[in-house]
Design a protein around this ligand. Structure first.
Ligand code: GLU
Length: 547
């Protein structure tokens, strides 16, 4: 293996789900480290878990990394699933040297063994067991296939972690023989990661702290194979503001809470919701009453449909969630960089180039990092405001188009660039691009598709003996009589009307809003009327009055 002094980092996701912020942060730090040192950043797909890896997750992962701008340097992506022969040859060599062996226990038997150890309040450690020739014969006759375990030398293991800045130790009593090839013939993560890090000449491995203990296994295999050891750094755990660990569970928790609310509000029960969702009633009942259980993604989506929970409402965890909800990629990168790293001082707003320039391992924190959603929203708001200053057309329009690509159902997808620019210009001070979508959709749907919110109708039009509706009737006449339809002429006419009636503009703005968009929030009202056009405005006012 060629020794190299060059910095080569890698991101090695398992495509069993979409890229989440924890993974993205690992990718970002590895990328920053390589770019800072003028080295290489490589991408490897760790898809040896054939039952759980999907091509769709892989596609989405690549799209998400590209969206974030974390470009990798290997033109040929490394897929572990395509490298079985290479792993098998190395495993054969280990078996030949008696450093690996066949282990015949089924997963059920291992569960029993683990249970026995637990009963004796002892940690379960697998060490080599011997089988007679007859036993092996029997196992084979039963159709069992052996896993291959690594005979981990019983001794002390140590490594220095560059992030934690300390030496970590595993005592001999904790060494155990772990599986390196599963009964299905695929290598395990612990084995493939070592072979590939070596073959790809990885100099630095940055990864989450959940892998801290795995590192001892990796070191043991490296030693057996005579590989150079990369430098390891384990990144701080990401926490929610309430102190809980951030993760996919947060979404599950949210859906469970909403399911309880739904059942209460609709005087329904678990069995009825399970039926509506088309999922197993027993499984649903177990999940809804147990915080530790999680639904798989397909069932979660089915339950959400049944209880009418929109995906946008879930706490954002996946990179794709942030894109779909209207965050800018540079903002997310800047924010993620600060989840566990600091450039020093109180600098927070950083461009990508500045992050590359300032990045250092010493700047990575040792303790848990906080994921402060409010800070992210404020970063996004600031960046969008800068976008307005730098030019709506050159800056925000491409961002909005990108947002729309992730929201194919939005009617704004069919809108011309010039109209999107106009819409963006009407509403400054937005926090996310999703706000533009929500605020602006009503312009681009059929007049008949406007849904009047009952609370808005009640509060703005019906209250105080239909005062609002009467004003709207007056306004209809005023607007019908207008010869020129611009925001200025509309505003003048509305001002005149208000003066006559001696009331403030709010009294006319709200009824108009409800009439054109169904609710009480819209971009500035006179510009909105101009943009909607005379004919459609009048149609909507009449339709609203009929209701
Ligand atoms: N495939 C592993 C994961 O996604 C990689 C861990 C590592 O970086 O070694 O967690």
């Amino acid at each position: 293996m060629a020794a190299s002094t060059q910095v080569i980092t890698r991101f090695a996701p398992s495509p069993t789900g979409y890229l989440h912020v924890g993974g993205a942060r690992t990718a970002l730090f590895s990328w920053l480290m390589a770019r800072h040192a003028g080295g290489n950043f490589l991408l490897r797909i760790e898809d040896t878990d054939i039952a759980r890896s999907t091509a769709e997750a892989c596609r989405q992962l690549i799209e998400d990394l590209k969206w974030l701008g974390l470009q990798w340097d290997n033109t040929q992506l490394v897929y572990q699933s395509k490298r079985q022969e290479i792993y098998n040859a190395i495993i054969a060599d280990l078996i030949g040297r008696d450093l690996a062996y066949e282990a015949w226990e089924t997963s059920e038997e291992l569960v029993v063994m683990r249970g026995l150890a637990e009963k004796k309040k002892q940690p379960f450690l697998y060490r080599r067991r011997s089988y007679s020739a007859d036993q092996v014969q029997q196992f084979k006759a039963q159709g069992r296939r052996p896993a291959i375990r690594f005979a981990m030398p019983v001794k002390e293991y140590r490594f220095g972690d560059v992030v934690l800045d300390k030496e970590l130790v595993l005592g001999p009593a904790e060494a155990q023989d772990f599986v390196i090839r599963k009964a299905d013939g695929m290598p395990t993560y612990h084995f493939a990661v070592v072979v590939d890090d070596s073959e790809m000449n990885i100099s630095h491995v940055l990864r989450g702290q959940e892998h801290l203990k795995n590192t001892f296994n990796h070191i043991a295999v490296q030693e057996a194979l005579g590989y150079r050891r990369p430098i390891y750094g384990h990144l701080p755990i990401i926490m929610n503001r309430d102190g809980s660990k951030m993760g996919k569970r947060d979404r599950d928790k949210h859906v469970r809470r909403r399911a309880h609310e739904y059942i209460k509000a609709h005087k329904s029960d678990a069995a009825a919701v399970a039926l509506a969702a088309g999922i197993d009633a027993g499984q649903f009942a177990a999940w809804i009453s147990d915080d530790k259980k999680q639904l798989d993604l397909g069932d979660q989506a089915a339950v959400m449909r049944a209880i009418r929970v929109d995906a946008r409402e879930l706490p954002e965890i996946l990179v794709h969630d942030f894109r779909r909800n209207g965050y800018l990629p540079d903002v997310l990168l800047n924010f993620l960089a600060l989840v566990g790293w600091s450039p020093g001082g109180d600098r927070e707003h950083l461009t990508c180039a500045e992050m590359v320039d300032l990045f250092s391992i010493e700047g990575i924190g040792k303790s848990n990092a906080q994921f402060d959603r409010e800070k992210l929203v404020s970063f996004n708001t600031d960046a969008l405001a800068r976008g307005y200053d730098e030019g709506v057309e050159s800056n925000l329009l491409p961002a909005l188009r990108d947002y729309l690509a992730a929201n194919p159902a939005s009617p704004l997808n069919d809108v011309a660039d010039s109209d999107l620019v106009r819409l963006l210009s009407m509403k400054k001070g937005i926090r996310t691009l999703a706000e533009i979508d929500q605020l602006g959709r009503f312009f681009f749907v059929e007049d008949e598709a406007i849904v009047y919110q009952p609370e808005a109708i009640e509060k703005v039009l019906r209250k105080s003996e239909q005062q609002g509706a009467n004003v709207l009737l007056d306004l209809l006449k005023v607007l019908e009589a207008l010869t020129e339809w611009t925001s200025t002429t509309i505003e003048i006419a509305m001002n005149d009307y208000c003066q006559q009636k001696t009331f403030g503009l709010g009294k006319v703005a709200q009824p108009l809003r409800v009439a054109i968009c169904g609710g009480t929030v819209s971009p500035p009202i006179f510009e909105s009327l101009e943009f909607l056009g005379r004919a459609r405005t009048l149609i909507r006012i009449r339709r609203c009055l009929e209701i």
